[in-house]
Design a protein around this ligand. Sequence first.
Ligand SMILES: Nc1nc2c(c(=O)[nH]1)N[C@@H](CN(C=O)c1ccc(C(=O)N[C@@H](CCC(=O)O)C(=O)O)cc1)CN2
Length: 310
Amino acid sequence: MTQTPADPQATLIDGKAMAARVRAHVARDVATLQERHGLTPGLHVVIVGDNPASQIYVRNKVAQATEAGLASVKHELPAGTAEADLLALVARLNADPAVHGILVQLPLPPQIDEQAVIAAIAPEKDVDGFHVINAGKLATGGDGLVPCTPLGCLIMLRDRLGDLSGLDALVIGRSNIVGKPMAQLLLREHCTVTVAHSRSRNLADLCRRADIVVAAVGRAHLVQGDWIKPGATVIDVGMNRVPTPEKGAGKTRLAGDVDFAAARAVAGAITPVPGGVGPMTIACLLKNTVTAACRQAGVPLPSPDSSGDA
Ligand SMILES: Nc1nc2c(c(=O)[nH]1)N[C@@H](CN(C=O)c1ccc(C(=O)N[C@@H](CCC(=O)O)C(=O)O)cc1)CN2
């Protein structure tokens, strides 16, 4: 799809629809694994505390995994859980051969060291792709598990652009969960990658040169419409809660890191928030769980594809 003078708006990259396609693909793979090998990929999701957003994400993860045919289990621990107790649960899941994927929902309460918990997950079961072994494999060309949000972004970029080779990509944000792995994935696609962040100078100029912008900095509407190169592809990872006083005191809405309306008038394609990257994150978790299960069982992926597998 291209822009025409009669329709100057960028194409909307529909993450919800694409995630549904990824989940359907996962469901077909799971059915094939059960039929050919008697293998049901098992995903265990751990949540500590009662963060309302985390509760929703975890509920969606377990529900969507179950719908795709995975064996999905939720472990709910109270907010006051000691780190040692969480580590004991992780050790039990590591040792269970029916568990192929372990995910500990972040953020964790302050008494628990997130890095210690991530480090305790067996790398082959780390379907979040956060373990240092998986990060190292991504950085060095290995075939580890890839973090779900950047994997989802890559699938959307490939779907929109095909071959990414030689394109100028700007990643705004340097988190271990999104920015750094996103930059690594784009390098692997032979993009020329620039990583910027909240303290970068000349962010607007960096943006104006980019064929691909991935905004993952956590600042509502930071990226302005006139920063976008005409025709560029814009992936908005931001999920910022902004006040909506017109809807009543204390009410908020979700806003991305990009000024969507202004960027849409210039870009070639853009993801919305909500309905863009978020749904792809969960779909890629299911995809990673199938990949992890196949590797642990020593069986081939039923339908290896080119949509971002490590
Ligand atoms: N262990 C992990 N913790 C967290 C991760 C993660 O990948 N692994 N990512 C985020 C939260 N997250 C998944 O866990 C996530 C966030 C948002 C969405 C989503 O679909 N968002 C919707 C909008 C939801 C709303 O209205 O609030 C959308 O974008 O359309 C999915 C997953 C932090 N923690």
